[in-house]
Design a protein around this ligand. Structure first.
Ligand code: AGP
Length: 610
């Protein structure tokens, strides 16, 4: 998710564009840039890192202009460096573009353009836009028609803004799948990814729809569809304040990120299914596929929530690919002189890609000659760069300290990897097809779970001031229970423990009494009856049972005090669904306790120290 902003009007726009970028920094912050039309040239300035770095570079720049575009990046293709930062220009520096989204067919477009003599500077997908638009202009199109023809060529998502030397009083913006709005001022227009970059200049906005493009000059605008049909739009009035806009109307980033999960899981799967071969295609692992095929053992190392993903990864790789797999806390792995063989694969799971213990585990594994892979959310992060290969989550920035969408995206990517490895070994095409169908259904199923919001809030109200919680599950649901407990303790500061349900009789059952809420993940699977027995053991001791259960299961409602139903899916995909109510339960309890949900005490989003 990147942030784009554009200005055309009567004022010099450099300051307004930079202020707009700062408002959009929460959308992505690994590099940024600005391009302006000035005396018949495009002047571009870019910087790696925070927007303040770009500001420093611009301090001595004497150029300014009444038409410009700017961009703050969350890298998806290409390292976060200056060359890959937006805006991107064509070979002759006639066209400049800022883009938010993913162009899925950029590789073939790039190859065709290079055959036509286009010289590419960056490793990004977005750069193809500048070359395509310039090519159509060279063929005699106007700027608007060149953008429309480019839109026809693209598969994927975009929110883009374009300026061109040949049309110094024009800007064209277009969208498909990525948000884009236009702020209407007095003889000026501001194009932006969301209203946070616009609201302090005007509250009059137009929302573009998918496959629409708008052509602006400082007095007027025209909106058309990709089919070149005129569109008339109503003007809306923003009544949100800035804080709410950055959170897209949610009160906290954590809640926004919980509700983003249908989209983030879709993005984790986007373009990664091979329906013909009934397998998954993970581009980042292609170059090590042969070593992977021969690997005798997988060791997964991580911290915190990512360690919970690792536990599910262990079950997945053994269950679907029959590859012996072990899981290690990175902080333990790095110091205990682990035995690692050259045909081992060490997989690091990390949202931030900067966790110190996980980085140390990676370096220890490399020292011992293992193949090192990373599943990571931040493109170009240290762990992503230092591992031999890897897979990005494409979940977009996760701002809330408590990990939510990154966790479910990690599980999605692990499922894709297990499917790919399984199909390299003994998994049948039929089983592969079943898994693909179940994965594709997840975003819709998560939307269904959100309907349980009311009952989850009721449970949160009842247990706002509980002192302890137990979370219990078996098989794939045991790591999900651990994750539910971690969510609660890290944002509400209530002591919570996760356990394998069967382990209760080996100690924790001594804790059970009428003031002890026990959350069971009790979905219908091969060991469901065992979990029911565990529930009965708790009830016999007056414990209060909250069950996460499979839709249609009536038996559980006679056993548990409260039931939250989730749709049915394959056992190894259940954690992706069962964790959603647990995330919401933790969130609502924390809110009722008045806790700082996005920045809980003592915690950091990325633990870059030991
Ligand atoms: C989870 O909600 C916490 N924020 C924390 O446990 C986190 O998962 C852990 O610090 C690992 O971070 P990473 O995934 O960025 O490596």
């Amino acid at each position: 998710m990147c942030g784009i902003v554009g200005y055309i009007g009567k004022k010099n726009s450099k300051c307004l564009l930079m202020e707009g970028l700062k408002r959009l920094e929460y959308r992505g912050y690994d590099s940024s840039g600005i391009a302006m039309l000035n005396d018949g040239h495009i002047i571009c300035c870019k910087a790696v890192g925070k927007i303040s770095n770009l500001e420093s570079k611009l301090q001595n720049a004497d150029f300014d202009s009444n038409i410009g575009i700017a961009h703050t990046r969350w890298a998806t293709h290409g390292e976060p460096n200056e060359v890959n930062a937006h805006p991107h220009t064509d070979s002759k520096n006639q066209v400049a573009v800022v883009h938010n989204g993913i162009i899925e067919n950029y590789a073939e477009l790039k190859k065709d353009l290079q055959k036509k003599g286009c010289v590419f500077k960056s490793a990004t997908d977005s750069e193809v836009l500048a070359h395509l638009i310039a090519m159509f202009i060279d063929e005699g199109c106007g700027l608007e028609e060149a953008v429309r023809r480019t839109m026809e060529q693209i598969e994927g998502t975009y929110g883009m803004a374009v300026i061109c030397v040949k049309y110094p009083n024009k800007m064209v913006a277009a969208r498909n799948g990525s948000p884009l709005i236009v702020g209407l001022g007095d003889d000026e227009f501001i194009v932006a990814s969301d209203a946070s970059a616009v609201v302090e200049h005007t509250r009059q906005i137009i929302y573009l729809n998918d496959h629409e493009l708008i052509t602006l000059n400082s007095q007027d605008y025209i909106i058309k569809t990709i089919q070149d049909i005129h569109v008339h739009k109503s003007v809306d009035n923003i009544d949100w304040d800035l804080g709410k806009i950055e959170k897209a109307g949610y009160p906290h980033f954590m809640l926004k990120e919980i509700f983003e999960q249908p989209e983030s899981i879709h993005n984790a799967m986007r373009g990664r299914f091979d329906d013909e071969e009934c397998t998954a295609h993970l581009g980042g692992l292609q170059k090590v596929k042969d070593r992977l095929r021969k690997t005798k053992r997988i060791i997964i190392s991580a911290c915190g929530t990512s360690w919970h993903s690792a536990l599910i990864g262990e079950y997945l790789f053994e269950d679907l690919a029959q590859i012996p797999t072990e899981v290690e806390y990175a902080s333990e792995f790095r110091y205990r002189n682990p035995i690692i063989y050259e045909d081992d694969t060490v997989l690091l799971i990390t949202q931030s890609g900067e966790t110190a213990d996980t980085l140390a585990a990676l370096r220890e594994a490399k020292r011992k000659g293992a193949l090192t892979l990373a599943i990571c959310n931040v493109v170009g992060s240290t762990i992503a760069r230092e591992s031999d290969a890897g897979v990005y989550l494409h979940a977009g920035p996760e701002i809330g300290v408590a990990s939510t969408k990154a966790f479910t995206s990690q599980l999605t990517v692990l499922s894709l990897a297990a499917l790919m490895l399984g199909r390299m070994h003994n998994m049948s095409p039929v089983q592969g097809e079943r898994i693909i169908t179940a994965l594709r259904n997840l975003p819709f199923q998560i939307e269904q779970i959100f309907k349980a919001d009311k009952i989850i809030k009721e449970i949160a109200e009842r247990f706002t001031y509980a002192q302890n919680f137990l979370y219990l599950g078996r098989g794939y649901n045991f790591p999900a229970a651990l994750e539910g407990a971690l969510k609660l303790k890290e944002i509400s500061y209530i002591h919570a423990e996760g356990y394998p349900a069967a382990e209760m009789k080996h100690g924790p059952i001594a804790l059970i009494n009428e003031s002890m809420p026990v959350v069971f993940i009790a979905t219908q699977d091969a060991i469901y009856d065992k979990v029911i027995s565990n529930i009965e053991e708790v009830k016999a001791r007056k414990g209060y049972v909250i069950a996460i259960a499979t839709e249609g299961d009536e038996k559980i409602s006679q056993k548990a005090d409260k039931v939250i139903y989730i749709p049915d899916t394959l056992p190894f995909l259940v954690p992706i669904l069962s964790v959603i109510p647990l995330q919401l339960l933790a969130y609502y309890i924390a809110i009722l306790k008045g806790c700082n949900v996005d920045q809980p005490r003592n915690l950091a989003k990325s633990v870059t120290v030991e």
